[in-house]
Design a protein around this ligand. Structure first.
Ligand SMILES: Cc1cc2nc3c(=O)[nH]c(=O)nc-3n(C[C@H](O)[C@H](O)[C@H](O)COP(=O)(O)OP(=O)(O)OC[C@H]3O[C@@H](n4cnc5c(N)ncnc54)[C@H](O)[C@@H]3O)c2cc1C
Length: 456
């Protein structure tokens, strides 16, 4: 009996701990922080809750035990993340990005690098250690694996200065959660993807570097003011001749920054998926209670109307489907060392897009009252609108990855169902990245970049 959805005793304890934290520590601050017009102030309101999450081991639970973490599985992560995101997915995003940044170090770092940086993250006496994953750029991110040399794809460069044994980073990034740190001087560790070889395309020219907080030349230029996910913060940042020693290049990522991006956003796929499930679950519970109490001027609560019951049924079945797809994707990642690029993308796309439909149904059920800030559904909708476009957008990155996997000759459509390992290879990258000449007669107003393909 290998397929079994029963939670173990330890998983139930983890669920209870995460639920207690979410309900007792996080929930009391959410409304005010979400409503705060200044996103920076809203983020700072979460600091005490973050410190508590750190204390409970939630901030770095994914780090292997030998470096001070709890070494939790992806499946266990699902259980904790659902509870936190049922209360606020923005706060969940702050925690998620610690993992997005550090997982590439766990997969590709040398032993020395892991000891140095992971141990710092897990042994912070101030309990506010925060990590950023610095990929996205103002000029676009989706085509990070474009085969053209600089200035196609990733724009931020890290040139090697041989005389000093340092990389010199220049350019702008945007959207990178946590990259402000708690004082706008940078995250404790900024894990930055940059072009270390300007003459090469996105499949060979990118690497991942660690830029510690306080490094000269890294500056926060401004804070983005978002519609939802308001408890997490995203800045615009600039690198101006920002120097880091060569040893800060994560060992196995030289020329493999593309694989690091894809694997990190694979790891986070089921996490974003279950975050969306958490939000849907809260929206369902709100509309269910409403339906049982509110009569809309009729003689009995609206749950007695058939359309209300059917909407609830439709919502519930989709939420459950989303939850199990996410669990399955996390389980697959556990089994195959996070080489689950298909599973990760499927769960992220499905749950994120589903959450908007389900919350829309919750709003249709509740009616006009759902549209005012007295009730939680408008916040759920604002938060849900983020799911399809963050954490590697569903169109330009997640679906494109699926296209690359499915177009490759090695693709086995039954691999997921049969739990067979699917190895992601570089040849799956780059698909759809340069359609410039593909559609006859179509011209855009944007300037076409001249970038000869240098890699296949
Ligand atoms: C709350 C939040 C947190 C975030 N945290 C981080 C973070 O920690 N680190 C980080 O680096 N980023 C972060 N981001 C940014 C996020 O990961 C984005 O998903 C990412 O920047 C890619 O956005 P995009 O796909 O819209 O890219 P863009 O490059 O801006 O593309 C825009 C659109 O163009 C279309 N498109 C472009 N190219 C193609 C193509 N080849 N094929 C098909 N369609 C295409 C797609 O419709 C795509 O959505 C965050 C964003 C939010 C809202």
């Amino acid at each position: 009996m290998a397929i079994d959805f029963t939670l173990t005793k330890e998983q139930k304890e983890l669920q209870k701990m995460a639920r207690d934290f979410a309900q007792k520590v996080l929930k009391p601050i959410v409304k005010e922080a979400d409503a705060c017009p200044d996103p920076w102030k809203g983020f700072l309101m979460t600091k005490k809750a973050y410190e508590k999450a750190y204390e409970l081991g939630l901030a770095y639970a994914f780090v292997p035990k030998e470096y001070g973490g709890a070494g939790v599985s992806n499946v266990d992560t699902q259980i904790a993340v659902e509870e936190i995101c049922a209360v606020d997915p923005g706060f969940g995003c702050t925690l998620l990005v610690n993992g997005l940044g550090l997982m590439p170090l766990i997969w590709w770092g040398s032993e020395e690098q892991k000891k140095k940086w992971l141990t710092k993250a897990t042994s912070d006496p101030d309990k506010d250690f925060i990590v950023s994953w610095v990929v996205s750029e103002p000029e676009g991110t989706a085509n990070f694996d474009h085969p053209g040399k600089h200035p196609c794809g990733m724009q931020v460069t890290a040139d090697y200065d041989k005389s000093r044994g340092e990389y010199v980073i220049n350019g702008r990034k945007m959207w990178n959660s946590n990259a402000t740190g708690w004082d706008q001087k940078g995250a404790d560790i900024n894990v930055v993807v940059a072009r270390t070889d300007r003459s090469k395309g996105g499949k060979e020219g990118l690497s991942v570097l660690i830029v510690p907080r306080g490094t000269k030349g890294l500056r926060v230029e401004g804070i983005l003011n978002k519609l939802g996910h308001r408890l997490t913060v995203q800045p615009r940042i600039i690198f101006e001749n920002c120097r880091v020693p060569a040893e800060n290049l994560i060992a196995g990522t030289e020329g493999n920054g593309d694989l690091a991006i894809t694997k990190a956003f694979t790891w986070s796929g089921p996490v974003a998926g279950i975050a969306a499930v958490g939000v849907m679950r809260s929206a369902f519970e709100t509309s269910l209670s409403w339906a049982k109490e509110y009569a809309a001027g009729g003689s009995q609560p609206i749950i007695h109307h058939q359309n209300v019951g059917y909407l609830l049924a439709d919502m519930k079945m989709r939420i459950e489907a989303g939850r199990y797809l996410s669990w399955r994707a996390a389980h697959y990642l556990d089994q195959h060392d996070s080489e689950g690029m298909e599973a990760g993308a499927l769960s992220k796309i499905y749950c994120g897009e589903l959450s908007i439909e389900v919350i829309n149904d919750a709003m249709r059920l509740m009616g006009i009252n759902s549209y005012i800030k007295d009730y939680p559904l408008e916040k759920h909708m604002r938060d849900a609108l983020c799911f399809p476009i963050y954490d590697a957008g569903n169109m330009g990155m997640q679906r494109r990855r699926l296209h690359g996997i499915m177009a490759h000759e090695s693709y086995n459509p039954m691999a997921l169902a049969q739990n067979l390992r699917q190895q992601f290879v570089k040849a799956m990258h780059g698909i759809d990245a340069d359609p410039g000449h593909a559609v006859a007669g179509v011209t855009g107003k944007g300037k076409r970049r001249e970038c000869a393909s240098v890699s296949s």
